[in-house]
Design a protein around this ligand. Structure first.
Ligand SMILES: CC(C)(COP(=O)(O)OP(=O)(O)OC[C@H]1O[C@@H](n2cnc3c(N)ncnc32)[C@H](O)[C@@H]1OP(=O)(O)O)[C@@H](O)C(=O)NCCC(=O)NCCS
Length: 359
């Protein structure tokens, strides 16, 4: 009998992020809908968010984040075996955003496909990427979370428009010794709750028509109040599951990187897990909710700010439309922070501005 090849570990060897230059502040919204800076800040923790330029599509944001992640990893586009691109806002329905990114990157040897799991997409991508590396199906996996949510946000709806922003984050996975890198990943879905966060038209169920455009059915509709308790419960439960699978507890977490949907959700999850404020990272005030990009953006900021040391235990947790939720726990190895070149420099977006602790 042929011996079964040993399962390998998978670890993050490079990260990158990009947010567009244009900033929309809470004050800007006061002129657009019936809201106030105070309400938005108090109820969500958001001060500003970044908005893509008219000529920027999701693949353009993803391209910059991916190049930065590859530069940190010391790898080139030709090294990538799989591109898993998590997004709810692809450039077009066909071809996939991942294939467009593959072309722009020049990663001609890669298999590229989209992961549609809303805000949990990056976690699902990490889980799949880990399996691909672990099973020796791939040696190098590029996992990207990218959104241009400003293209599907209704700027006449105060319930949703203040929450979302645009951005991209990327991570490169490579093999490592078992027991290091990604130790556990949990992925969940429940389609029964699909109605809580939905873009009603533009798909096969309700194709685009004059009527759907007039009824504003191509924009996000959200039942925020219903989502809130689900978000808190699912992020907590899932992270506990991943920790337990890795033989760890919340007390072992050196750093927690939660999805950035609402500061009050993050605080509630932190309280329930008993994680101290200095061990949880937050940047929601600068970017709002960037859906599948929020965790890789925060991770890249943490890495470049020197917040992760080899051996540290880091936990990721997210929830999103679908509904979907999931988590991952990793024992950090090392990611080489390469000097910026003109192609990878961070620009005005201020990615190196540092990561604010919640304290
Ligand atoms: C959306 C959310 C911020 C609303 O906060 P909330 O404290 O639950 O607020 P409520 O829904 O109770 O609304 C309270 C009031 O504020 C109003 N309101 C909503 N958005 C507002 C805004 N931008 N400015 C001012 N008032 C607003 C509501 O209309 C409501 O008014 P009413 O009582 O007259 O109907 C919050 O529910 C939330 O974050 N939910 C999770 C959503 C989420 O994470 N979505 C992304 C999934 S990845």
């Amino acid at each position: 009998m042929t011996p079964r090849p040993e399962v390998r570990g998978a670890t993050i060897v490079g990260t990158g992020m990009y947010v567009p230059e244009r900033v929309l502040t809470n004050r800007d919204f006061e002129a657009m809908v019936d809201t106030s800076d105070e309400w938005i800040l108090e109820r969500t923790g958001i001060r500003e968010r970044h908005i893509a330029a008219p000529d920027q599509a999701s693949s353009d944001l993803a391209l910059i984040a991916s190049r930065r992640a590859l530069a940190m990893a010391g790898l080139g586009p030709g090294d990538i075996d799989h591109i898993i691109l998590a997004t709810t806002t692809p450039d077009r329905i066909l071809p996939s955003c991942a294939c467009t990114l593959q072309h722009k990157l020049g990663a001609s040897g890669a298999v590229a496909y989209d992961m549609v799991a809303a805000c949990t997409g990056f976690i699902f991508g990490l889980g799949l990427g880990r399996s691909l590396v672990g099973s020796r199906t791939a040696d190098t996996v590029l996992v990207v979370g990218v959104e241009t949510l400003s293209r599907i946000v209704d700027y006449a709806d105060r319930n949703t428009c203040v929450l979302f922003g645009d951005g991209a984050g990327a991570a490169v996975l490579r093999p490592c010794e078992p027991g290091l890198g990604i130790l556990a990943t949990r992925m969940h879905s429940d389609g029964e709750l699909g109605d809580v966060l939905v873009v009603p038209a533009g798909g096969s169920a309700r194709p685009a028509s004059e009527q759907t455009v007039r009824a504003r059915e191509h924009y996000i509709r959200m039942q925020g109040k219903k989502l809130f308790p689900f978000a808190v419960r699912s992020m907590e439960d899932s992270l506990r599951e991943s920790l337990s699978e890795a033989g760890l507890t919340p007390a072992d977490l050196d750093l927690m990187i939660p999805h950035q949907a609402n500061m009050r959700i993050i605080d509630a999850v932190r309280d329930r897990l008993g994680v101290s404020r200095d061990r949880i990272l937050v940047n929601i005030e600068r970017y709002g909710n960037t859906s599948s990009a929020s965790i890789p953006i925060l991770l890249d900021e943490a890495v470049r700010a020197g917040r992760l040391k080899p051996g540290d235990v880091v936990g990721f947790s997210a929830f999103g439309g679908g509904v979907t939720w999931g988590s991952s726990v990793a024992r950090w190895t090392s990611a080489r922070v390469a000097p910026a070149t003109s192609e990878t420099s961070l620009g005005a977006a201020g990615a190196e501005a540092g990561v604010r602790r919640t304290a």
